[in-house]
Ligand binder design. Structure first.
Ligand code: FVH
Length: 301
């Protein structure tokens, strides 16, 4: 199955399914609500039972225990704070997993997903891992989507049900891939947000209203992102890092000026000092004429 497309959210599944949701925090409640709205029969369980009330009022069935929730449906969605919470919850009830499908949408690492997938499979269950690219308010809207990996047959069988939560995006049979894509996307976001934060710190060092600067920053970041994201991908896939845009040598020559300006404006250089080190290394290793795509290779060393 191609991994390049997000399958759009579909209209409600004409065949209502039985689905259980374990973990009714902000995200789990949004998932259960979307499933109920799509017409599915939803069984719910939460450690703190007070959180089930709002969902049972919408038609959800409360389960007495996590094992009862898993036994109520072929598909169970888990959305807890951490993987440790998930393993802590599943380990004592391993006997109830046989023949079930678990879709774990808890945030975690590829290694955690692979470990849990292996253990779940040993218990006779099918395992799907998910990375939610949405905040609760974006669930079941075109703005949000969920990355999945793991047991492809289980994914295909339950995709019509999962589509009630928003778009779906298959990343592969390696159960760690959904977490890998999720963390990589969030990494891009953190880097972008830190750059934006540093830019505002510079502007605010002269008490310029942030709102005056915001349109310039937004247009600039958007234009740079639109060039850099596909440009770096093309260089990485071809192995040709030579650039006619902006060489590592010219950026190495410039970065010292940025660090001096940060110091002069009373802005911390902490976030950008590692970039200087990376640029120095890239030039020292003979990559002066290459573009930023080369840094991906250096970061991987
Ligand atoms: N909220 C968001 O915007 C993000 C978007 C992207 C994905 N994340 C991940 O989703 C997981 C859950 O996040 P959440 O926002 O629903 O978190 P909370 O509202 O704090 O709810 C946490 C639920 O987990 C239950 N829980 C915690 N520890 C245990 C445990 N040891 N045993 C059983 N359940 C546990 C907690 O239960 P309770 O405290 O109400 O009894 C909540 O149901 C998370 O991985 C995000 O990174 C959300």
């Amino acid at each position: 199955m191609p991994t390049s497309e997000i399958t759009a959210m579909t209209s409600p599944d004409p065949t209502p399914a039985h689905v259980s949701v374990i973990g009714l925090g902000m995200m789990g409640s949004a998932l259960a609500t979307a499933l109920l709205k799509a017409g599915h029969q939803v069984t719910v369980w939460n450690r703190n039972p007070a959180k089930t009330g709002i969902l049972t009022a919408q038609g959800a069935i409360p389960a007495d225990s996590p094992a009862a929730a898993i036994e109520a449906s072929e598909l169970t969605i888990l959305c807890l704070t951490t993987y440790d919470n998930v393993t802590g919850l599943l380990t004592p009830i391993a006997g109830s997993l046989k023949g079930r499908v678990l879709a774990n949408l808890t945030n975690g690492t590829p290694a955690q997903a692979r470990e849990l997938a292996a253990w779940t499979t040993e218990q006779g269950a099918a395992y799907l891992d998910g990375g939610i690219m949405a905040v609760p308010q974006m669930i079941a809207t075109p703005a949000g989507y969920i990355l999945y990996s793991g047991d492809e047959r289980a994914y295909e069988a339950h995709r019509p049900t999962l589509a009630a939560l928003g778009g779906t995006r298959w990343t592969g049979t390696d159960p760690g891939y959904a977490a890998l894509y999720d963390l990589a996307l969030l990494t891009g976001m953190y880097g972008m947000v830190m750059g934006v934060t540093q830019a505002y710190a510079m502007i605010r060092s002269e008490n310029i209203p942030a709102a005056d600067f915001a349109p310039l920053l937004e247009d600039w970041v958007t234009a740079m992102t639109q060039g850099a994201v596909p440009g770096i991908a093309a260089a990485l896939d071809s192995g040709d890092h030579l650039t006619d845009v902006s060489s590592l040598a010219v950026n190495q020559a410039a970065i010292g000026g940025f660090l001096d300006a940060f110091a002069a404006q009373g802005v911390s250089p902490a976030f950008f000092e590692p970039l200087r080190d990376l640029l120095d290394r890239s030039v020292a290793e003979g990559h002066s004429a290459d573009g930023f795509s080369r840094l991906v290779e250096l970061l991987r060393k």
